[in-house]
Design a binder for this molecule. Structure first.
Ligand SMILES: Nc1ncnc2c1ncn2[C@@H]1O[C@H](COP(=O)(O)OP(=O)(O)O)[C@@H](O)[C@H]1O
Ligand SMILES: [Mg+2]
Length: 476
């Protein structure tokens, strides 16, 4: 085979082929019994071009079907390599090794009974998966990765590392490490030490300040060696654990909550049953009092029934505290949920002479949540806001936002009430904490449980005047 032959063959093939120039390929003309192997194929199998001239294809490659059948599954245009398009074959090398390969066959338009068979080494498939993994790994918002070669030059740095270290990727890649980290105190220069002394670092905690922000980082670093043991580079990666402390507190709180929840729900269940029969008999009493014209007694019974309804409502809240058993998690548009409950909030607002504003977002990403529970969360928090503006005349504003960078949907509920005093702030999510006379103090703890369950969080900010609750829910 000469390159000239191939050039001529290529001229015959239309431009769909550009993609495949680098792959091992074989051209077969069945009428003229001609077989041409391209450069890549020759290189892969380890023969010389001369050895392959006029060599029939089945002498070099064994296919998964008889050779006569491979042309039956030919494509009119080259497909891309996928599981569906490709089949398996083994090429025999000059040293008699078998190389597993994927292949597909394309029928040529310009020549009768002529085909091109495109191969791809199976390892390359694995490689491309690995490449994809490393790319994702580097873009992962949670991982700082730095890769350095044996010349102490920075070869790769992840987006997160750039962000935390305050570096610009374009400006740092390819630069010597000393230049990049010129201003960094020596004890932080772990990569160099790893490279120089072969020290392996595991879970090394450091604090790092970048401008106003302080980060707690957990570092790992190690050298990268060639098979013969030669050091060819080093990597360093770190995780931002700044939020771990508050996470720990959150876990403790939610543990406590779940215990209280279980007790409360268990008790609530036990109380609800006798309550139902008491209510039933009271209704009977009421009817017979009514029949006998005993107005005063009837009034008493009405009062008792109202109280029972109140106790029942409270029990329902108790039951909500335990883990929901019938939660229906599905893709949910929060705008729809809010629109659904807006009339209820509006009703409450009018009752307390409060203005209601709703700023919707045109296309909020979908989140996975239970709609009924989300309704409960928004209602509870809006109700708190409205109750806080008791004197009337305030404004409640519900705003939808999207945090694209961290992939969260934000719902901000802002009121112009008196705000939450600092000494109260710590407790508002505790079950049974309330500053109101006739409230259960369960609202916010239920909200928090529901939102934590779907991986979100609730933040509060209240600076003397007005309060904003921000409900953050992650989306895919
Ligand atoms: N928007 C708000 N403004 C001021 N205080 C608030 C607000 N939301 C909640 N709080 C405080 O948090 C407490 C706990 O709220 P919650 O758990 O809903 O219980 P409850 O409403 O039954 O008191 C309230 O009693 C109140 O003191
Ligand atoms: Mg409440």
């Amino acid at each position: 085979m000469t390159d000239k032959n191939w050039t001529e063959t290529w001229l015959d093939i239309d431009n769909h082929w550009n993609l495949y120039f680098m792959f091992p390929m074989v051209f077969v003309d069945l009428i003229h019994a001609e077989t041409l192997y391209n450069h890549s194929f020759v290189a892969l199998t380890g023969y010389t071009s001369e050895q392959l001239v006029h060599k029939p294809l089945d002498g070099i490659v064994s296919f998964d079907v008889p050779i006569s059948e491979i042309y039956e599954h030919s494509y009119p245009n080259p497909p891309s390599f996928t599981m569906e398009s490709s089949r398996i074959a083994y090429a025999t090398t000059a040293t008699n090794q078998k190389i597993p390969m994927e292949y597909f066959v394309v029928k040529m338009k310009t020549r009768p009974q002529s085909y091109v068979i495109v191969f791809r080494q199976m390892e390359e498939v694995a490689q491309s998966l690995f490449q994809r993994f490393s790319k994702t790994f580097l873009q992962d918002v949670n991982l700082g990765v730095i890769l350095i070669n044996a010349d102490y030059r920075l070869v790769e740095i992840s987006d997160m590392a750039c962000k935390i270290l305050g570096l610009d990727k374009e400006e740092t890649v390819g630069k010597p490490v000393e230049d990049v980290f010129a201003n960094v105190p020596l004890e932080y220069q772990l990569v160099q030490r790893t490279l120089l002394d072969g020290i392996i670092v595991r879970n090394h905690a450091v604090s790092w300040t970048n401008g106003q922000k302080r980060y707690d980082l957990l570092l790992d670093s190690n050298v990268l060696r060639e098979e013969d043991g030669r050091i060819v580079g080093a990597y360093l990666f770190f995780k931002d654990v700044t939020n771990l402390r508050s996470l720990e507190e959150q876990v403790q709180r939610s543990d406590r909550l779940s215990m209280i929840g279980q007790i409360a729900a268990g008790t609530a269940h036990e109380i609800r049953n006798p309550l139902t029969s008491i209510k039933g008999f009271l209704q009977l009493f009421r009817n017979s009092f009514e029949g006998r014209g005993m107005v005063r007694e009837q009034g008493y019974v009405d009062l008792m029934l109202t109280e029972i309804t109140r106790v029942n409502e409270m029990l329902n809240e108790f039951l909500m505290l335990s883990k929901p058993k019938h939660a229906k998690y599905k893709q949910t548009n929060i705008s729809h949920v809010l629109l659904n409950i807006l009339p209820i909030i509006q009703g409450e607002a009018i009752l307390h002479q409060v203005m209601l504003h709703y700023n919707s977002h045109p296309d909020l990403p979908l989140v996975v949540a239970d709609q009924e529970m989300l309704k409960q969360v928004f209602l509870n928090i809006c109700k708190n806001g409205i109750e806080a503006m008791n004197d009337g005349g305030g404004t409640l504003t519900v705003t939808e936002k999207v945090d694209i960078e961290d992939r969260y949907v934000w719902i901000e509920i802002h009121d112009t009430g008196p705000g939450i005093p600092i000494y109260v702030m710590d407790k508002i999510f505790d079950p049974f904490f309330t500053t109101k006379d006739d409230a259960t103090g369960l609202g916010l703890s239920v909200c928090q449980r529901i939102i934590h369950e779907i991986g979100g969080n609730i933040r509060v900010s209240s600076k003397g005047f007005g309060t904003t609750f921000t409900i953050c829910i992650p989306y895919q």
